[in-house]
Design a protein around this ligand. Structure first.
Ligand code: PLP
Length: 331
């Protein structure tokens, strides 16, 4: 089976498993896991942030990051199909007691005019106060779309002008970096708090990080434990992340090439494929999924008529070509 449902389906490589087996570990709740500390320092440094916190999932990194800049009863503004709004099971409301309002853009982009209309200053005892803007790069449900760095600079300026914070959901920021050549630190510079994932394109079995100022990260460390996510000898997972940073970032360019190849095969304009996700419409998505499965290719339906393909570490060139041939015959 060639699995194009998600870039989360990757299995650790032999070299990654070897790095995990060799990892030096300690009790991370005591702050004594050297491999976790090395990973936190390294990733914070890559994005120019003061500190980082390792979390089991990207969802938790997002929940802790947004809660660091939005108090209970305040709101965060984001795009309507943002992962924080659609795919975290309402955690930001259920756990953090904050609310969200959204703008809509077909490619998940920032619409500052809409943001300007949504923005609500603190007007006293009537209106929910906007505390932060959240942006997602790349944008998952908008087909892996990259947010241009110029737009992110505008977001930073808007936030500064209005006295609010910026949260960046950078689950796939690595893909944006490789696709555009924009340095990771430039992305880091637009955000007060951000989340990055090791378990998507980078191919680690688990792990994400929240990045921010030292005080924000220390507070998030307390909240992480309160939510039951303090982990112990988790350096074995951090080692997978360090290995992925050494070996699996630049190769994301291959995933992007494979995604364009698949887009062409299913009759979608490859110019609209920024990174490793291809979304396209068919008459009957569940039917398409079933026929692709029979032909040896797993794909995802993300709507009654929309199919999503995601390329990743476990899909090599030959697999991509094989899948392209199969899907071209079905599309
Ligand atoms: C996958 C993803 C996350 C985090 O997901 P987890 O499964 O909780 O690790 C966050 N944001 C985006 C955009 C994602 O695609």
């Amino acid at each position: 089976m060639i699995d194009l449902r998600s870039d989360t389906v990757t299995r650790p490589t032999d070299a990654m498993r070897a790095a995990m087996a060799a990892a030096e570990v300690g009790d991370d709740v005591y702050g004594e896991d050297p491999t976790v500390r090395a990973l936190e320092e390294r990733v914070a440094g890559l994005f120019g942030h003061e500190a980082a916190l390792f979390t089991p999932t990207g969802s938790l990194a997002n929940v802790l990051a947004v809660a660091a800049v939005v108090a209970p009863g305040q709101e965060v503004l984001c795009e309507a199909r943002a992962h924080v709004a659609r795919a975290e099971l309402g955690a930001h409301g259920a756990v953090s007691g904050l609310t969200m309002r959204t703008w809509s853009h077909p490619r998940g982009q920032v619409d500052l005019a809409a943001v300007g209309e949504l923005f609500a200053p603190d007007l006293g005892p009537y209106f929910v106060q906007t505390a932060a803007l959240s942006v997602e790069n790349t944008h998952n449900f908008a087909g892996g779309a990259v947010l241009p760095i110029a737009d992110l600079h505008d977001v930073r300026d808007f936030a500064d002008d209005h006295g609010i914070k910026v949260h960046l959901d950078g689950a796939r920021i690595w893909n944006a970096h490789v696709a555009t050549g924009v340095p990771l630190a430039d992305y880091g510079a637009v955000a007060d708090v951000m989340a990055v994932c090791l378990s998507k394109g980078l191919g680690a079995p688990a792990g994400s990080l929240l990045l921010g100022a030292q005080a924000v990260v220390e507070e998030a460390r307390v909240r992480r434990k309160r939510l039951g996510a303090g982990m112990r000898q988790v350096g074995i997972l951090a080692a997978a992340g360090l290995h992925a940073l050494d070996h699996h970032v630049e190769r994301l360019a291959d995933d992007h090439t494979h995604a364009r190849l698949l887009a062409e095969a299913v009759g979608t304009d490859p110019a609209g494929v920024d990174t490793n996700i291809v979304a396209f419409d068919v008459a009957d998505a569940p039917g398409f999924v079933a026929r692709a499965r029979e032909a040896g290719v797993l794909v995802g339906a993300v709507g009654a008529r929309t199919i999503r393909l995601v390329t990743h570490l476990d899909v090599g060139r030959a697999d991509a070509e094989q899948a392209a041939q199969v899907l071209a015959g079905l599309a």
